[in-house]
Design a binder for this molecule. Structure first.
Ligand SMILES: O=P(O)(O)OC[C@@H](O)[C@@H](O)c1c[nH]c2ccccc12
Length: 279
């Protein structure tokens, strides 16, 4: 799980940088805005729950957007976004902790910190409502420790998986908010079938409850399931929702890196309204 050998070179380079990155000076204490509540509010007023991502660039993007991150986030919220994801990774995604802090002050929806976190101290770099933890890059025990450490600080951990085995690891670590990344980290290619194949198992996985070897089927109905990456059209939104997505995490289709002046509010709205004609 921790070997880098089958990762794309860009991902290896991201991890190398992540290992070097220092943590915060003090343990943060967050009063988090609830993502499940925000998702429920969106559903109640007929919006598809979209977590819109402020991602200035990425190893797979066509270019860089250097608009003010706060204006981008506000435009996303104006388009109906349920939450905002902010890349804080500086060397490959153009992100920063400062952008996240400014965005979190400016909007009232939950804000996810998107980074490659490997050690507990790195959780303390900046306050956010949600924190991404990626199963692929962490030993199961470390994942469990980081989930606990995140909760102690008040963060809601969003645990990212890419296949069924990782899903099992996430559930065993106690994850309640799970993202299935449609992008594989080996070739960086996107396949929406990933979510379709993993999602059905998220709600009826058998958890092993250790001690006496008993297994208890916990069928955690309360898991918030997020389809991540590669969602670019209203049809993709409907496809992921049909496969069981409670929410969608969308970056590129909203940022539209290739077209610098693309309207982020409109890009968000067309995904948020993807189910409007259906009911
Ligand atoms: O731009 P996309 O294809 O809509 O994807 C957004 C998001 O899922 C993607 O940025 C992402 C998913 N997992 C990550 C982990 C780290 C950095 C970025 C990501």
């Amino acid at each position: 799980m921790e070997t880098d050998t089958d990762l794309a070179p860009a991902v290896e380079s991201i991890l190398e940088a992540a290992r070097e990155r220092p943590g915060g000076d003090e343990v943060v204490d967050v009063d988090a805005r609830s993502l499940p509540d925000a998702v429920a509010r969106a559903e109640a007023d007929g919006r598809v729950p979209v977590i819109a991502e402020v991602k200035p660039t990425s190893p797979t993007a066509d270019g860089t957007r250097d608009d003010d991150p706060v204006e981008l986030a506000e435009a996303m919220v104006a388009g109906g976004a349920t939450a905002i994801s902010v890349l804080t990774e500086p060397s490959h995604f153009g992100g920063s902790a400062e952008s996240l802090t400014r965005i979190r002050e400016a909007v009232d929806v939950p804000v996810l910190r998107k980074d490659f976190l490997l050690r507990e101290a790195q959780l303390d770099a900046v306050a956010a409502d949600l924190l991404l933890l990626i199963v692929r890059f962490l030993e199961p025990e470390t994942l469990e420790d980081l989930v606990a450490a995140a909760r102690e600080r008040g963060f809601q951990p969003l645990v990212e998986v890419h296949d069924r085995a990782e899903l099992e690891t996430a559930l065993e670590a106690g994850a309640e908010i799970i993202g299935v990344n449609n992008r594989d980290l080996a070739r960086l290619e996107v396949d929406l079938e990933t979510f379709e194949s993993v999602a059905p198992h998220a709600r009826r996985v058998t958890r092993h409850d250790g001690a006496n070897g008993d297994t208890a089927s916990t069928a955690p109905d309360d898991v918030t399931l997020i389809a991540e990456s590669g969602v670019s059209s209203p049809a993709d939104v409907r496809r992921m929702r049909a496969a069981g997505a409670d929410a969608l995490l969308v970056g590129s289709a909203i940022m539209d890196h290739g077209a610098g002046d693309s309207d982020v509010t409109e890009n968000t709205r067309r995904l948020v309204e993807a189910e409007d004609d259906e009911t």
